[in-house]
Ligand binder design. Structure first.
Ligand code: IMP
Ligand code: MG
Length: 178
């Protein structure tokens, strides 16, 4: 098992790139079938989803568009929780089928907020495609439509996912060693 040290922590390989790509292929085929004739707009949530978006899009064979957005988190004025909003969105979403591309859905808080914003912006159908899903961590209201792989509730890096900005370039997924 390969290990990698990032800053102060040690991570060990947990999912090979080969297994990841095979899972992404399966998800892409499902999207090709489900969204044929729907002219979907894929929205890649930067930074983490850049590698997943590239791998997935190479396997999408139906007419579609892709755009890239970021999430801005700031303290709400009324609540103590962080407000998450989508920035950099230039497309008109009216009546569109939108597929949010995320690296990982953990608690689901981010996706819940973004789905609501995309609906408010006029999208007709909003779906979530995530490379990885932590079912044990996720809230019941968020159910990704397309999931690459389900993973345990551990901290991971690689294939776009980072620890303090590092590790995004790793091809495989690595799990934090206890
Ligand atoms: P959520 O709102 O809790 O679902 O958070 C999702 C975001 O947290 C993802 O887009 C990631 O950026 C980050 N995240 C969640 N779990 C991990 C992890 O294990 N490693 C690295 N980033 C993670
Ligand atoms: Mg992310």
């Amino acid at each position: 098992m390969a290990e990698v040290k990032i800053l102060d922590k040690v991570f060990a390989t947990s999912i090979s790139e080969e297994k990841l790509l095979s899972a992404i292929d399966t998800a892409a085929q499902k999207i090709n079938t489900d969204l044929d004739g729907r002219n979907p707009l894929f929205l890649c949530i930067l930074n983490g989803a850049f590698m997943f978006a590239a791998d997935l899009m190479k396997r999408i064979s139906i007419p579609c568009q892709i755009s890239f957005v970021k999430i801005a988190s700031y303290q709400g004025t009324q609540t103590t929780g962080k407000v998450k909003s989508l920035i950099g969105l230039n497309e008109d979403l009216t009546g569109r089928t939108v597929v949010l591309l995320e690296d990982i859905v953990d608690t689901g808080i981010t996706m819940k907020a973004l789905v609501e914003q995309v609906r408010t912006a006029g999208a007709n159908d909003v779906r979530i495609a995530t490379m990885l899903f932590k079912p044990e961590a996720c809230c019941p209201e968020v159910k990704p439509d397309y999931i690459g792989l389900n993973i345990p509730n551990d901290f991971i890096v690689g294939h776009g996912l980072d620890y303090d900005g590092y590790g995004r370039n790793l091809r495989d997924i690595y799990t934090l060693k206890q």
